[in-house]
Design a protein around this ligand. Structure first.
Ligand code: ZN
Length: 306
């Protein structure tokens, strides 16, 4: 994935760029220059592989964009894309392309898809339980209100590739599921999704701090960020400074509760993060809330009572 997103795979157009004499046309379809985005995504063969899963076929690569742009879109898709499966399929298409080039009998699109899926499943099962996060059944996917006397702050980030910006969404609710504060904020595009998610966590903590709330549960859908916030070990990543700032605020307020929730349960924060796309500055609503949030909140509250 790293090589694909950094235009470092030896596709025909890249070889020609390095003055190696090759036919730049895609060997599979014989119709287009073989770029990374073409061979892994838009070539008719790749396209047939991706169509085995609806969540991928609903994904649209930005016009003229690179494979890296496609990854950003996948990470920011409305319906959360399984990024591990995405990476595994891209790898399987590349592997199959190399076999096809040396004229060996190459697999059909369906077979490439099934092999990638099975391989990922095998890999997930081989991991120790605490490391395996693929399809973890214990991850809640329905939002639940906090216990009486406490608050819950959900946070999320969204990437707007075309705008070179990102959005942050935070919503704090009480034990009845009523929102007491919401926030939408636009920030410049960061170099990783984790940085955006870490910044969303920091905004959630700062908002709760400003409101002087005592018992707060912080909930986000990035398991990496929740794990980083939950451990006492120093975070030495490119988002480590933000995590350490979060921990300092949490420590000063004796907040210890960081929970992971799947994207479906974090819809309200996600909507607020996406709403930032149309904003020029941060919007914080206290007591009232943006009207488009009402159906999401009703859904969360219905899920709770059913
Ligand atoms: Zn092609």
């Amino acid at each position: 994935m790293w090589r694909a997103s950094n235009n470092a795979l030896p596709v025909n157009t890249n070889l020609a760029h390095r003055h190696i004499q090759v036919d730049t046309t895609c060997a599979e379809c014989q119709s287009y220059p073989e770029t990374i985005i073409h061979v892994l995504w838009s070539c008719m063969f790749a396209s047939q592989v991706w169509h085995n899963d609806q969540s991928f076929s609903a994904l649209h690569a930005p016009m003229g964009g690179s494979f890296k742009d496609l990854i950003w879109c996948a990470m920011d898709a409305e319906n959360k894309i399984d990024i591990e499966l995405f990476a595994m399929i891209a790898w399987a298409i590349w592997k199959r392309r190399n076999i096809f080039r040396i004229n060996q009998a190459a697999d059909t699109p369906d077979r490439v898809f099934t092999q990638a899926r099975d391989l990922l499943q095998e890999y997930s099962q081989a991991l120790p339980p605490q490391v395996s996060k693929h399809h973890q059944p214990t991850d809640p996917c329905i939002w639940k209100p906090p216990p009486p006397g406490s608050f819950k702050a959900n946070f999320d980030g969204a990437i707007f590739t075309n705008q070179l910006s990102a959005g942050i969404g935070v919503i704090i609710r009480n034990t009845n599921g009523d929102p007491i504060a919401t926030l939408s904020k636009k920030i410049p595009l960061a170099t990783s999704v984790e940085i955006v998610e870490a910044r969303a966590a920091r905004e959630a903590l700062l908002l709760a701090y400003q409101l002087q709330l005592s018992n707060v549960i912080f909930e986000g859908d990035s398991s990496i960020i929740i794990a980083a916030l939950s451990t006492s070990d120093e975070c030495v990543t490119n988002y480590g400074t933000i995590i350490e700032e979060c921990k300092a605020v949490a420590h000063s307020c004796s907040w210890r509760n960081f929970q992971h929730i799947r994207r479906q349960g974090n819809s309200a924060a996600h909507l607020l993060a996406r709403k930032a796309k149309d904003l020029s500055e941060a919007n914080v609503w206290l007591a009232c809330m943006p009207p488009e949030l009402i159906p999401v909140l009703s859904f969360d509250n219905v899920s709770v009572s059913s």
